[in-house]
Design a binder for this molecule. Structure first.
Ligand code: NAP
Ligand code: HSE
Length: 429
């Protein structure tokens, strides 16, 4: 029998995801050895506070000194699970330039600094793997970069934030208050360290930037993604949506059009028969459309300790195989095009809106006139009720350029007959 091969790794961070990775790596020691031909040893773990006790983790593995890790040539795999931009960016760049393989779950880093990171990976001829950065346990990065490389992809759409999907599910199915559902999502380990990244749509926006860059081979950064979160969605909106046969979901969508890439994240009314409507709790799902592959859908747990750890350790196992076969760094950046990214005003949507209006003859005709003059066609209109001389109109529009819709809303808000325009949510289709 030959000498046992050992591959040494360091974890940067042992919070929700890091502790899951450590635990899974311990549990799967034998399988990892069989699958790769080498033993995985977690040599060091970087933390902020090395005196803090961490269940099941030997204290002597903890360090608060990055130099102890980057200075140790025996460590060939760096697994970044700290989150945020700095110091993660500096550490990952240093690791790649020093020829270390990197696995990360950090979408903030990739969505804002993907180009520099891939440059560093190319310089060091290293792997930079990030399956867990998008949609937790769901394999979507590898399918986009590898399995679907022979299809010209034109659309990626889905639910890619577990926290908001969990909150919307609890609000819709149990009538839970937004705040209570958010707190529960935090306790379950779904939410980011700063949960506004989840509820404002930034987390989903970062994931969309990453997927759009890979799908269309053209760099899209987070700042180019239009984001609108769920903080303004009310129980009333959800109830109205139900009455009209819709479910409210936070949807991310990116499309390749003739004049550029569209990429946006916002709440959307989905028909309750749409496959994404049945994606509940912390589950995520991603639809991909391409010329040769046609439609493909991926679904699974989008957040949480063990699902995310599964994606991270899967990447580590792949990196171990690459090390042993001398094939690290074989998939580079992939952004060989330079396509424009469209502003949201240039894209088209359908809208749902509620208008409180003085219940007087001619009011509806005036509203219809303003919408019509701005190219907004009405697909459906219902007067819900009239109380104290105020009527509630619910309107669903046809597809319209967002800038025309915004112009119409501006005019409506200035009309004396209108008390309030609220509950504006985009509609699927
Ligand atoms: P977390 O629970 O907040 O854990 C962060 C860990 O990183 C902690 O151990 C912390 O050390 C350490 N850390 C943070 N800043 C550090 C610094 N400057 N120096 C040294 N150590 C530092 O975060 P998480 O939920 O595990 O998320 C980690 C990453 O995975 C993020 O990029 C997140 O977006 C991504 N992600 C999370 C999920 C999920 O479901 N949670 C899913 C997919 C991807 P201390 O313990 O000493 O504070
Ligand atoms: N906070 C993220 C979510 C974690 O809720 O989806 C997974 O990226």
């Amino acid at each position: 029998m030959g000498e046992e091969k050992i591959i040494r790794a360091a974890l940067l961070g042992i919070g929700t995801v890091g502790s899951g990775v450590y635990c899974l790596a311990e549990q799967l020691q034998e399988d990892i050895r069989e699958k790769t031909g080498a033993r995985l040893v977690i040599e060091k773990i970087l933390v902020r506070d090395k005196t803090k006790k961490r269940d099941g983790v030997p204290q002597d593995l903890l360090t608060d000194d990055w130099n102890e890790i980057i200075g140790d040539d025996r460590i060939s795999v760096i697994v970044e699970l700290m989150g945020g931009i700095e110091p993660a960016l500096t550490y990952v760049q240093e690791a790649l330039r020093a020829g270390r393989q990197v696995v990360t779950a950090n979408k903030d880093l990739l969505a804002e600094h993907g180009a520099e990171l891939f440059e560093a990976a190319q310089e060091g001829r290293c792997d930079l793997q990030f399956e867990a950065a998008v949609a937790g346990a769901i394999p979507i990065i590898r399918p986009l970069r590898q399995s679907l490389a022979a299809s010209r992809l034109t659309e990626v759409m889905g639910i890619v934030n577990g926290t908001t999907n969990y909150i919307l599910t609890r609000m819709s199915e149990e009538g839970m208050e937004y705040r209570d559902a958010l707190e529960l999502a935090g306790r379950l380990g779904y939410a980011e360290a700063d949960p506004s990244a989840d509820v404002e749509g930034y987390d989903a926006g970062r994931k969309l930037a990453i997927m759009a860059s890979i799908a269309f081979n053209s760099r899209v950064t987070f700042s180019q993604v239009y984001t609108e979160g769920i903080t303004k969605i009310t129980a009333e909106d959800i109830q109205y949506a139900k009455e009209f046969g819709y479910v409210v979901k936070l949807i991310g969508m990116t499309r390749l059009t003739e004049d550029g890439i569209e990429v946006k994240v916002h709440p959307m009314l989905l028909p309750d028969k749409h496959p994404l409507s049945s994606v509940r709790d912390s589950f995520n799902a991603v639809f991909v459309h391409g010329t040769a592959c046609d439609d493909a859908m991926f679904m699974g747990r989008g957040a949480g300790k063990m699902p995310t750890a599964s994606a991270v350790l899967g990447d580590v196992i792949d990196v171990m195989r690459n090390i042993l076969h001398g094939s690290c760094g074989k998939i580079g950046c992939g952004c060989y095009k330079n396509l424009p990214v469209k502003r949201v005003e240039e894209t088209q949507s359908r809208f749902f809106l509620r208008i409180q209006v003085n219940d007087k003859p001619g009011a509806l005709a005036n509203i219809a006139g303003v919408l019509g003059n701005n190219d907004v066609s009405i697909a459906q209109v219902v007067q819900k009720h009239s109380h104290n001389g105020i009527a509630q109109l619910v309107i669903i529009t046809g597809p319209v350029a967002e800038r025309h819709f915004n112009d119409a809303i501006c005019i409506l808000r200035g009309m004396s007959v209108i008390r309030e325009v609220s509950g504006i949510i985009r509609v699927y289709g």
